[in-house]
Ligand binder design. Sequence first.
Ligand SMILES: Nc1ncnc2c1ncn2[C@@H]1O[C@H](COP(=O)(O)OP(=O)(O)O)[C@@H](O)[C@H]1O
Ligand SMILES: [Mg+2]
Length: 375
Amino acid sequence: MVAIGTTIRDASADIELIGVTKTYDAKNVVIPPLSVALRPGEFTVILGPSGCGKSTLLQMIAGLERVSGGKILICDREVQDLEPKHRGCAMVFQNYALYPHMTVAENMAYSLKVAGIPKAERNERVAGVAKMLGLSDLLARKPAQLSGGQRQRVAIGRAIIREPGVLLFDEPLSNLDAQLRHDMRVELADLHRRIGATSVFVTHDQVEAMTLADRILILNKGRVEQFDTPKAIYHHPASVFVAKFIGAPPMNILQVTGDGSVLRLPDGQAVANYSGKGSFQLGIRPEDISVNAGGSIKARIRYREDLGSHEILETEIGCQQLRIATPFGVEIDTTSVLSLTFPRGRLHLFDGETGRAIPEAFGTAATTQSMKEYQ
Ligand SMILES: Nc1ncnc2c1ncn2[C@@H]1O[C@H](COP(=O)(O)OP(=O)(O)O)[C@@H](O)[C@H]1O
Ligand SMILES: [Mg+2]
């Protein structure tokens, strides 16, 4: 963990994307028109599966990719036609992209040198950033003499030394091992608090998104599925796609049919009262299911995984898979059929065809502003 240093600056930019699109040809629409506003100083995480357009979106903000349509505003200034260096953004890449023949100090000072900043000031700023990132003793080393985590810190140092209003990160932690990823997450969150730049962080890792973001923008094939706080997204996913993407293990999704009073599984079991008719998808998180003798929902256990702090039970219910997380120390007779309760306040209902959430289904106020904004 890096010692807490002083704040470099508090200026930060707001970013607005208005109808931004990216197409490679008529058949290859990577980003259909996308509009979103990021607040000054906000840490936004763009989360989505590989190939959904995260890097493309980030590179359009940075100016490394041209937009096919729409506008990008940084501090109310249109930047979509400006060179990257005139946008006030700095970017950190997954592969670090350090100059191998330069020392740590030279790597960090390079952009300042190009910008014509005098040597004395360059040295002073390198010393300040190195102190903030715990790199002071490594300034004379070349990248090949550093560990992965140290290289990543140099790449971050090189970005923040220019004191940008906008910091862009493209999967910067993906090449690190699990422990280091965790440590770097903590450092990045701490760094963000100190430098205050508006930050956009791309990842496919929902844990990074949940722990780092002020708001998470979930992207599916270039479209915004939901844009909200981690808590809102976890508790009120706007679609089956979001529900399955957030949480480990992910939310269970059961295919059910409504007869106007109850929702039933394909085997006829009633799982919840609901007045709608037709086909629906019912979501419940593994940790929200209670296993108790009085439960009316029956599931057959297939196997159990003991993770120490809790157990994961893989069960089958009406020919569908249902995963249950039980707290450590709860005795469960796994030789017989399990009796379950689905607490009503923990159920999520989605349209059977579109997968969009039906927020008021069980009387909870589950609407989120972003759902209204983006539908
Ligand atoms: N130069 C290109 N020409 C055609 N398609 C591209 C090009 N660059 C990226 N793509 C496509 O754009 C989509 C999004 O890519 P990308 O933004 O890199 O996704 P992500 O970062 O979410 O993994 C992918 O389907 C990819 O194949
Ligand atoms: Mg990418």
